[in-house]
Design a protein around this ligand. Structure first.
Ligand code: HEM
Length: 125
């Protein structure tokens, strides 16, 4: 499939941008710089993440991947759900600072797990 590799590279590009945009927003939130919520950063990450997921589903549709047969992918999807939930809590406008910090750390840990599973594709079972 001649388009597979460019699709994978687009998925990777949006994945690295997604991580960068998340870390940038968490850092700005933690130092009290809330102006980002009224800037392009309030919507660019959503567009980026929609494209990330679009290319992800194309990879699954075109490639040999099945989350039930390839455990790394199944676990990656579970971590993705955890990352989204923790990320939403971490970036809430209101909320207690310690809770948001713990949520941010949990989101980052799951993001590291997602990148590890994606690149190493370990044979789990
Ligand atoms: C935050 C979300 C995600 C991140 C950060 C991410 C990151 C990555 C990265 C960096 C790679 C390239 C690994 C390599 O070096 O070979 C990759 C590959 C892949 N991703 Fe994702 N991904 C995410 C979400 C998803 C989702 C939701 C799916 C499926 C629905 C998915 C399916 C795949 C597949 C099948 C590959 C393997 C492509 C191949 O090696 O041929 N990803 N992902």
């Amino acid at each position: 499939m001649e388009y597979y590799l460019p699709i994978k590279h687009m998925h990777m590009l949006f994945a690295y941008l997604s991580a960068l945009l998340f870390v940038a927003r968490v850092l700005m939130d933690q130092v009290g710089y809330q102006a980002w919520r009224k800037s392009v950063l309030s919507y660019i990450p959503h567009i980026n993440d929609s494209l990330l997921l679009t290319f992800a589903f194309l990879l699954v549709a075109l490639g040999p991947w099945n989350p039930f047969a390839h455990a790394w992918l199944g676990i990656k999807l579970l971590l993705l759900i955890g990352y989204i939930v923790a990320g939403l809590i971490a970036l809430r406008i209101s909320g207690q600072v310690p809770v948001k910090r713990i949520a941010a750390l949990l989101a980052l840990a799951q993001l590291v797990g997602i990148f590890y599973l994606a690149t190493a594709k370990p044979d789990i079972f």
